[in-house]
Design a protein around this ligand. Structure first.
Ligand code: GLN
Length: 548
């Protein structure tokens, strides 16, 4: 049994198509089916790895080291499953494969055409993802909005798939119903137009998700049904929500999973969304705040990008806070302010805990180092993520070990004390400008040091696996000096002897990792390090350990 659901977006972008896809996947999974989801991004980039977070939002990394769209992260979080490179398709990947095959005489000497060879490659990739996961229902989210050129060949692939497997393919349109301020009523016309555009591509939606500020009312449901040629029960209300995790139960209330199963002639095997409903209850009832400051720089272009650049970090903070029935309050602290005005860093004191997340380049780095120093000295819980670990080590080297010239080779090529350096194999890659997909990416083993806080957080496991995305490393030449002065190396990669986790002893919580723990945090299963970080934030606050 292999069923396929294509999800396309109408009217405009940014209406939560990814989360809608993840939520549909989750409710179908809760009916007892094996479900997976594939993201199609229409850009020519082979993957998201070379894009600036301001342009693209967060770059998510899977276990197998694929640098992909943040929606893949949403799928993982909602499905509670690890996905692979097969769950991510881009125009770049499709064309690259077709061109390579042509170069290898893989088309037997015939002329290779945009249609059908490109849609056929797309279809074979979808089938590959389905086979690899032994998925019974596969969702395919087509990026972009219907009516644009960019995703036309993907819609064409969807149309052909429907032709080939009529009973096994359905289409869902996620559309938007604006409420113009002066009119004050929800308008269905843009959705009607979106359906026409989809019809032009030879596709008729089976279900329409009506995204909007408010729930859909009956008259409008009927209107969309008549004008867009779908049954009224297949027009699903999808109003704005307080938390994205409310969406699966909302869809369940609209009977969406059963509507889908009916179209596939399937019967639900079980029903179990209870854990999820409990989580939503916690999210809505948590009142006591835990105040976390994120010191970063990728948030100059407004709220939208700001949230997107650090999406997994934000989600991981939420998961861990809800675990303790707390309401996370996240604040954005601009590292560059601390460079301009020395005393500005004191604001760090107003937070229960501080995170320095992943980052690239020199801009803002010195400001982040100041924030880290403040956390270390004032016993403010600190969690450093990748760049946040590298900078924590530089701060320690400078201010505790007295290595004045301590720096990262990422920004000072001839640093006197190159505490952070790139690995030898990176040298040639950088020289030859081979940047795409060449960082240390994906899951690597980490051996934990018994007795450390990290080891305790991970329930005293000997090994854990965590995901990486970085080019630079702690320089082992300096390890002894650092350790002598009290820096605890709590985790190493045993194969290459690389430092993966550092922590400080005489501090309520000062842990920094070379990997990105947030990539493996799940709503019902917060990441151990985030969980312990939030625990420390809460208890430091209660016991008044810190000056406030
Ligand atoms: N810029 C650093 C490196 O490449 C850190 C990367 C990160 O934080 N993801 O090693």
């Amino acid at each position: 049994m292999s069923k396929f659901i294509f999800v396309a977006g109408g009217v405009m972008s940014g209406i939560g198509k990814g989360v809608a896809t993840a939520s549909i996947a989750r409710i179908l999974q809760s009916k007892g089916f094996r479900v997976t989801a594939v993201k199609i991004d229409p850009y020519i980039n082979v993957d998201a790895g070379t894009m600036n977070p301001l342009e693209h939002g967060e770059i998510f990394v899977t276990d197998d080291g694929t640098e992909c769209d943040q929606d893949v992260g949403n799928y993982e979080r909602f499905l509670n499953e690890n996905l692979t490179t097969d769950n991510y398709i881009t125009t770049g990947r499709v064309y690259q494969a077709v061109i390579e095959r042509e170069r290898n005489l893989g088309y037997g000497g015939r002329s290779v055409e945009v249609v059908p060879d490109i849609p056929n490659e797309v279809i074979s990739r979808i089938i590959k993802a389905e086979k690899k996961k032994k998925s019974q229902i596969t969702l395919i989210e087509i990026g972009g909005t219907v009516g644009e050129y960019q995703n036309l060949l993907f819609l064409e692939a969807a149309r052909i798939m429907k032709l080939q497997r009529a009973k096994d393919v359905i289409f869902i349109l996620v559309s938007y119903l604006p409420i113009p301020e002066k009119i004050g009523e929800m308008k269905t016309k843009p959705t009607q137009t979106a359906v026409r555009l989809l019809n032009e591509a030879g596709i008729q939606p089976d279900i329409i998700l009506a995204r909007g500020k408010l729930p859909l009312d009956e008259p409008r449901k009927r209107k969309i049904s008549i004008f867009c040629n779908v049954l009224p029960d297949d027009v699903i209300s999808a109003p704005d929500v307080f938390s994205i995790y409310e969406i699966p139960p909302n869809f369940e209330r609209e009977d969406l999973a059963n509507r889908i199963l009916e179209k596939f002639n399937l019967k639900p095997r079980k029903k179990n969304l209870r854990d999820w409903e409990k989580l939503v209850k916690t999210i809505k009832s948590a009142k006591v705040k835990v105040k976390i400051g994120i010191v970063g720089k990728y948030f100059e272009t407004g709220e939208f990008t700001l949230m997107d650049s650090y999406l997994s970090v934000i989600e991981a903070i939420k998961h861990a806070s809800w675990f303790f029935k707390r309401m996370p309050e996240i604040h954005w602290l601009s590292a560059e302010n601390y460079e301009k005005r020395e005393s500005a860093v004191k604001e760090v004191e107003n937070y229960d805990g501080i995170i320095v997340p992943g980052g690239f380049g020199a801009r803002g780095a010195e400001g982040k180092i100041k924030a880290i120093e403040f956390c270390r000295k004032n016993k403010i819980p600190y969690l450093g993520l990748c760049f946040g670990m590298q900078l924590a080590v530089i701060e320690f080297a400078r201010n505790v070990c007295g290595l004045r010239g301590a720096n990262s080779k990422e920004f000072v090529k001839r640093a006197k004390a190159p505490i952070i350096d790139f690995m030898p194999e990176q040298k040639a890659l950088i020289r030859e400008k081979r940047y795409g997909g060449t960082m240390r990416l994906g899951s690597y083993k980490c051996e934990l040091k018994p007795g450390t806080k990290s080891w305790n957080a991970y329930q005293k496991k000997k090994y854990v696996f965590e995901r990486h995305r970085h080019r630079y490393e702690l320089n082992n030449k300096y390890r002894q000096i650092l350790e002598k002065k009290g820096l605890v190396v709590a985790g190493i990669n045993p194969e290459k002897d690389l430092v993966e986790i550092i922590e400080l002893k005489e501090h309520p919580f000062f842990i920094a990792t070379q990997f990105h723990p947030e990539l493996k945090s799940r709503p019902l299963l917060p990441h151990p390090l985030y969980r312990e970080f939030i625990r420390a934030c809460i208890s430091a606050k209660i016991s008044g350990v810190r000056r406030r």
